[in-house]
Design a protein around this ligand. Structure first.
Ligand code: AGP
Length: 608
């Protein structure tokens, strides 16, 4: 996701916007830019890198301007560079955008045929030229309305036009946009922190709403131009909370961003009507996907847990053998990977040294490398043969949460692509599973709505010094992930184990002081899990179970129980990990830990 801000009023617009960009930098930080009215024209200054790099372009002084728009980028289409940085322009129309335009390729082809020259690789530039097509004949707000009729996807945008100095037009659809109300000055931004120290009076736009602002005031309308009245909210935050969007910690914010992260990762990647998966997004041809010999998935930490879930998905759905390994092990065991094989490297940061080393070794041995990565232009992305970007937005908290659920979502889509390419699944069956995928963001939202139950359970368990997490099948990796979250956030020792393995040793640990967390979704292994629970119960163990709605058998065996919405078995992995993320977070808070920057850890391990 990116950060956008616009200002019009009596103050120094450039300084207000540059300051706002610094406060939005948590939303994306690979390039930044600003556009401002000066001398009757619009000037644009952009830089690759962080906002501090953009500031160097004003060392000789800041021109006087009363209206400006700015952007800090987290790239989704087009690598981080000055030419891909926002704002973008089409003659006198200038624009900043946060979101993903699904049909940009089709629109780009049509506009190029009309003679428009594209200067960037971004989807955003398409919107600029579309507005320009109408801007000569209509006021800016009308031109924007006409332009967006052709656009599919998510957008929060702010546009200005040389002909109408002082006016900013903003529109919201699927990406956040809010309006700040000052005295004779007005703001539009992705998030409140951008203008928080100038105004605490905010209007939150809803999808399909437009704001037209000049220094004389603000008008909110529908996309048909009908004025609408909106509630003005007064924000009671501290500046530091404002940077986290009102959450106390980035980790909690990112846990709550998972519905959007999954939705953005899915957006534009398949056609649910036909069941087709958009292979362009994987950077692989159908022929390649059909003919790979063996698939290896290699990663570290939480990403390795996603890889383990991916194995279950791909082998079950596509019936193709998958070998999963930890990057630091794989590269030293003289791996058998060879030409004709596929290596999938999963890495949130795209900079993990062990994973990068495996990518290089696999390519040296002749294998094709697909990177599933969350940072556009990262080393992993640049060195891979193909890249599938998770669009979960920048993950600031050291503990990986939304990137993990986006990785599983990506692997599930890849499994469908392989199954379709190899004739293991019909388009109709794929379409049904894609419908389930589309329901996932709402189901995550639902379970986040009852997260105070998890906080209550955390208060019961936070003094324990050991935890055991147990799961079967594809929920075994989720047990591993739950244990890792607890370890890295609370410093409590925790182990994830296959539930069937407990009786081969770990059961010796069971006593009344050991909380045992069971992942107990419905399915073919449900009865087995119940047997394992009874083995723990009979030895006085304390049981916290995660179940799907209505499972009274498991809840009666449990000391604590939390239920998640029913779903397809593969998607239950995503729904079941979210309560475990929250459990680790709340126990960390209760134990006074620094949940965003735990001791000894780094967000990206760029050394071996
Ligand atoms: C996850 O909570 C940890 N911070 C860590 O295990 C992380 O997943 C691992 O270092 C891999 O990072 P990457 O996904 O950026 O490669």
């Amino acid at each position: 996701m990116c950060g956008i801000i616009g200002y019009t009023g009596r103050k120094d617009a450039i300084s207000v916007v540059l300051e706002g960009l610094k406060r939005l930098e948590y939303r994306g930080y690979d390039s930044a830019g600003i556009a401002f009215f000066s001398g009757g024209a619009i000037e644009i200054r952009r830089r690759e890198g962080k906002v501090k790099d953009l500031l160097t372009l004003f060392e000789a002084g800041t021109p006087v301007s009363r209206t400006a728009i700015g952007h800090t980028r987290w790239a989704t289409h087009g690598r981080p560079s000055e030419q891909n940085a926002h704002p973008h322009r089409s003659d006198g129309v200038v624009l900043v955008h946060n979101g993903i335009i699904e049909n940009y390729l089709e629109l780009k082809r049509n506009l190029a045929a009309e003679g428009y020259i594209f200067t960037s690789d971004t989807d955003t530039e398409v919107i600029c030229h579309l507005i320009h097509r109408y801007a000569e004949d209509y006021p800016l707000e009308e031109a924007v309305r006409h332009a967006l009729k052709n656009v599919k996807g998510a957008y929060a945008l702010a546009a200005i036009h040389e002909k109408e100095e002082g006016k900013i037009v903003g529109v919201k659809k699927d990406s956040p946009l809010c309006v700040g109300l000052g005295q004779g000055e007005y703001f539009v931004a992705s998030d409140v922190p951008a203008f928080f120290n100038h105004s605490k009076d905010v209007i939150y736009l809803d999808d399909g709403e437009m704001v037209v602002m000049t220094e004389d005031g603000v008008m909110i309308t529908t996309m048909e131009g009908e004025p609408i009245r909106k509630e003005i909210v007064s924000i009671p935050w501290s500046p530091s909370m404002a940077e986290k969007g009102g959450y106390k910690h980035f980790m909690l914010k990112e846990i709550y961003e998972q519905p959007r992260a999954v939705a953005d990762t899915l957006r534009g990647r398949f056609t649910v009507e036909t069941g087709e998966v958009n292979l362009e997004e994987f950077g692989l041809s159908e022929e390649e996907i059909r003919t790979f010999g063996k698939i290896y998935i290699v990663a570290c930490g939480t990403s390795w847990h996603a890889a383990l879930v991916g194995k279950y998905c791909i082998e079950e759905v596509a019936r193709v053998p998958v070998e999963v390994d930890i990057a630091s092990e794989f590269r030293y065991r003289n791996p058998l990977i060879a030409a004709g094989d596929l290596l999938i490297a999963i890495t949130q940061s795209g900079e993990t040294a062990d994973t990068l080393a495996v990518q290089r070794e696999a390519r040296r041995l002749g294998a094709k490398v697909l990177s599933i990565c969350n940072v556009v232009g990262s080393t992993s992305a640049r060195e891979a043969d193909a890249v599938f970007y998770t669009h979960s937005g920048p993950e600031i908290g050291v503990a990986s949460t939304k990137a993990f659920t986006s990785q599983i979502t990506s692997l599930y889509l890849f499994a469908l692509a392989v199954a379709l390419a190899r004739g293991r699944m019909t388009g109709e069956a794929a379409s049904g599973l894609q419908q389930e995928l589309l329901s996932l963001p709402d189901k995550i939202e639902q379970l986040l709505g009852s997260s105070e139950e998890i906080e209550g359970i955390a208060k019961e368990l936070f003094r324990a010094e050991d935890f055991l997490y147990l799961g079967r099948g594809m929920h075994y990796p989720i047990a591993l992930e739950g244990a890792l979250k607890l370890k890295e956030i609370t410093y409590i020792h925790a182990e994830g184990y296959p539930a069937g393995e407990m009786k081969h040793g770990p059961i010796a640990l069971v006593d009344e002081d050991l909380p045992v967390v069971f992942l107990a979704p419905k399915g073919p292994l449900h009865e087995k899990i119940i047997s394992n629970m009874q083995e723990v119960k009979s030895r006085g163990g304390k049981i916290f179970s995660l179940v799907q709605r209505g499972d009274t058998v498991v809840s009666e065996l449990s000391d604590y129980c939390f239920s998640v919405p029913d779903s397809n078995p593969y998607l239950s992995t995503i729904l079941l990990v979210v309560p475990l993320q929250l459990l680790a977070y709340h126990i960390g808070i209760l134990r006074g830990c620094d949940v965003d920057q735990p001791r000894n850890l780094a967000k990206s391990v760029t050394v071996e």
